[in-house]
Design a protein around this ligand. Structure first.
Ligand SMILES: CC(C)(COP(=O)(O)OP(=O)(O)OC[C@H]1O[C@@H](n2cnc3c(N)ncnc32)[C@H](O)[C@@H]1OP(=O)(O)O)[C@@H](O)C(=O)NCCC(=O)NCCS
Length: 142
């Protein structure tokens, strides 16, 4: 089932929360888009390196960004990632940032492409085909 943003709340994982601080605001006293994009960039790379089990991953491409609403100082923003596709060396993600308390969508990005690199800094096949959870890799049940 998808919500009104077209994203699937069942498969999108909101792993990261951010607190909107004074230094994150723009001249309109709302959340600066650049701050939000920086948080998303970090989350996309972190999500990818955990999935691909490789610390050498880089963001290659980000599609159109749709800022739908904003946040203000003191709000809690959560950032969700969902795998669209496992490529050979790439991982294609989609992203939503939303207000933690109201679930109002702040932003959606349809495609973020992260590339898995070898020790030579060139694209390298990651061999992954499905989403994995660290707890499963460690043999846990949750
Ligand atoms: C990432 C980088 C190593 C890729 O090099 P490249 O020569 O473009 O690599 P390739 O053409 O072999 O593409 C690698 C993968 O990315 C995908 N890709 C590359 N450009 C893409 C684009 N514009 N849109 C979608 N996918 C793209 C390819 O389809 C390929 O995926 P696959 O292996 O799953 O089939 C290189 O572009 C780079 O170092 N860029 C800078 C990255 C960086 O520093 N990012 C931080 C932000 S400043």
């Amino acid at each position: 089932m998808t919500n009104f943003t077209g994203l699937n709340p069942d498969t999108m994982r909101f792993n990261t929360r951010k607190w909107v601080r004074p230094e994150d605001l723009n001249a309109n006293q709302t959340l600066f888009g650049g701050a939000l994009l920086s948080w998303i960039g970090e989350e996309a790379v972190l999500y990818s390196l955990i999935q691909l089990e490789n610390k050498k991953v880089v963001m290659k491409y980000m599609s159109e960004i749709n800022f739908m609403s904003t946040a203000k100082q003191g709000d809690i923003v959560e950032i969700g990632m969902e795998v669209v596709k496992f490529g050979q060396s790439s991982l294609v993600l989609k992203c939503e940032a939303r207000n933690k308390m109201t679930h109002e969508t702040l932003l959606t990005v349809d495609q973020i492409i992260v590339v898995n690199l070898g020790s030579d800094g060139k694209p390298k096949a990651h061999g992954k085909t499905k989403v994995e959870y660290v707890s499963e890799r460690l043999g846990g049940t949750d």
